[in-house]
Design a protein around this ligand. Structure first.
Ligand code: BES
Ligand code: ZN
Length: 580
């Protein structure tokens, strides 16, 4: 696959996209068939460019991979035109009612391709190791606006009857999981020469304030990794149901509104998605087993961007928080001997989405930090930048990455080779003994406060009034599971935790509330679960509820109400958890 041209109409009544995908392929000598991925697509016709029918067959359905569409290829240079429509239950697409948006007036549609959901709205070769350019014409109801992970050729669209058509083009080749679309009451505001925010009108001002440092972040990333190669960098704030913190769609990161804290305290998310413009979108994991190469470099670079803009203390705090989360994730996955803690994960017979744990992020980032601290920052920075340049616009496997590190960083130095233990990091479970634990003096003080509080000190004597979001996250995560009702009430009354607007702090508090069955926070818990759809928040909270006799029926009741708000990336895991 070398190019995909989409011509699709969005029908908000039927909840379907319908139209054509015109696929240009690089036909290998002797090839007679084109095998495409599809999931839940209704294939209406397959033709050549002139409309002459081509023979095709749909293979048996695989519960994870969907159905292969096998097309007999036309004459050597002809593109293949697939006429199709998506199912209202397409796993990539979420069709939101007006009530499920911030503005409550108009409907909204967005797509989420990663990991293997693009096949549920585009028939294509849906592997991260395959790259294509794309163009699209998207027809939508005239009061809505379409945006994509591409250059917009018609920002205001073109009126066609009752509809408005938008055209897009991306001339850089990308893997299919990065093709993305959103349609809704979307406005934009510029932030810098090549950056801006997109959001519903009700959210735009807050989004522009929150992400005011976006242009500076692009500059910081460039000084680390070389020129930004995608033209513009914009960020779209989605309605609350968006299942992820962020998604690095080229030119237009998709983000959850739950990072709009009002004080810019959660903007490391933007640094993370921006970093993917190099690690992930330029150099892409070749298979889902190599996914850690995307997220580890990105997570490492995210912290470097944060350090460059907000200082070393803030970066250290993020590292220590992440380190603690990594320890917990290791336990959750079955301890340091679990195969799911291997960076190069074995996904045979599994959904690649199962590999999206904290391991590729934080174990991977710990390896990169180890490399940096071992060879020194200047040498490591030179290496990292050259790694991006050597592999830009290409897929990378774990073996190729290790070979690249050996050829260009280790360079036959046996002492360095022995210090790094690269193969152990990539292919063995657990955390190798040479991992370097990060430290933060600020969080050491918070840790002491958590210990003091657990031992009986009152909340008002904690000197916590100057704490920021991360200090609160750390403090709440450090508290033991056996607090008394009086201690919980003291904390809540002193700091107003149940009423917190910051999603991360509220989440950490609600976990404590569930584990202690702290009744005064239950209405806030229900509100949180029914007002946003971020998987990172929902899975642990529903999981904690389901682990308790009193909580299970509550979880079921709330889930029944909230489920229509959630994207399939969330319901696909929660359905199983809540059915038991
Ligand atoms: N690319 C990921 C999101 C993703 C991964 C979606 C795997 C589907 C499958 C994105 O860059 C990401 O990592 N998002 C994080 C936030 C980040 C700050 C750690 C998230 O959504 O929590
Ligand atoms: Zn990421």
């Amino acid at each position: 696959m070398t190019h995909v041209a989409l011509d699709l109409q969005a029908d908000f009544v039927e909840k379907r996209l319908s139209g054509t995908a015109t696929l240009t392929v690089d036909r290998q000598p002797g090839a007679t068939e084109l095998v495409l991925d599809t999931g839940n697509l209704e294939i209406l016709r397959v033709t050549d460019r002139r409309g002459a029918a081509l023979a095709y067959a749909l293979a048996e359905e695989d519960s994870i991979l969907g159905r292969a569409l096998i097309v007999t290829l036309p004459a050597p240079t002809e593109p293949v035109v697939v006429t199709y429509r998506t199912a209202p239950t397409s796993a990539a697409l979420q069709w939101l009612t007006p009530e499920q948006t911030a503005g409550k007036r108009l409907p909204f549609l967005y797509s989420q391709g990663q990991a293997i959901l693009t096949r549920t709205w585009i028939p294509t070769q849906d592997s991260p190791g395959i790259r294509q350019t794309y163009e699209a014409r998207i027809g939508v109801p005239r009061d809505l606006r379409a945006v994509m992970s591409a250059e917009s050729l018609t920002p205001d669209g073109t009126l066609v009857g009752q509809d408005r058509a938008f055209e897009f083009r991306l001339t850089e080749a990308i893997p299919p999981y990065l093709i993305a679309l959103a349609v809704g009451d979307i406005r934009s505001q510029s932030l810098g020469p090549r950056s801006g925010v997109y959001a519903e009108p009700a959210v735009l001002k807050a989004a522009a304030f929150e992400f005011a440092d976006l242009e500076q972040m692009v500059e910081a990333a460039e000084s680390l990794l070389g020129p930004y190669r995608w033209g513009r960098y914009d960020l779209l704030v989605l309605p609350p149901s968006f299942p992820f913190g962020g998604m690095e769609n080229p030119r237009l990161t998709f983000a959850t509104p739950t990072v709009i804290a009002g004080d810019r305290s959660l903007v490391s998310l933007a640094a993370h998605e921006l970093a993917h413009s190099w690690s992930g979108n330029l150099v892409t994991h070749a298979t889902w087993s190599d996914f850690w190469l995307n997220e580890s470099v990105t997570t490492y670079v995210e912290r470097r961007i944060m350090e460059a803009i907000y200082g070393v203390e803030r970066a250290e705090i993020l590292e220590v928080l992440a380190w603690r989360d990594l320890q917990e994730e290791m336990k959750r996955l079955g301890g340091p001997s679990s195969r799911d803690t291997v960076l190069h994960i074995d996904l045979e017979g599994r959904d690649p989405d199962d590999g999206a744990t904290l391991i590729p992020y934080e174990k991977g980032a710990a390896l990169l930090r180890l490399m940096e601290l071992t060879v020194g920052r200047p040498s490591f920075d030179t290496y990292l930048r050259s790694y991006i340049d050597r592999h830009a616009f290409q897929p990378i496997t774990t073996a190729a990455f290790l070979a690249d590190v050996r050829a260009n960083l280790v360079r036959g130095d046996p002492a360095l080779e022995a210090k790094l233990r690269l193969d152990e990091w990539a292919y063995q479970p657990g955390l190798p003994p040479n991992a370097i634990e990060p430290r933060s003096a600020a969080l050491d003080r918070v840790e002491a406060a958590a210990r003091a509080f657990a031992a009986g000190t009152t909340a008002s004597s904690l000197k916590a009034h100057a704490w920021g979001t991360q200090e609160w996250q750390y403090f709440l995560g450090a508290l033991p599971d056996a607090l008394s009702p009086a201690q919980l009430a003291d904390l809540d009354d002193t700091f107003g935790l149940t009423g917190k607007g910051n999603s991360e702090v509220l989440f950490a508090w609600l976990r404590i509330a569930v584990r202690h069955h702290y009744a005064p926070a239950m209405p806030a818990l229900e509100r949180f679960l029914t007002s946003q759809g971020r998987r990172k928040f929902l899975r642990p909270l529903y999981g904690d509820l389901c682990a308790r006799t009193w909580g299970k029926p509550e979880a079921k009741r709330i889930y029944a109400e909230a489920r229509p708000l959630y994207h399939s990336a969330v319901t696909s895991t929660l359905d199983a958890m809540l059915a038991e």
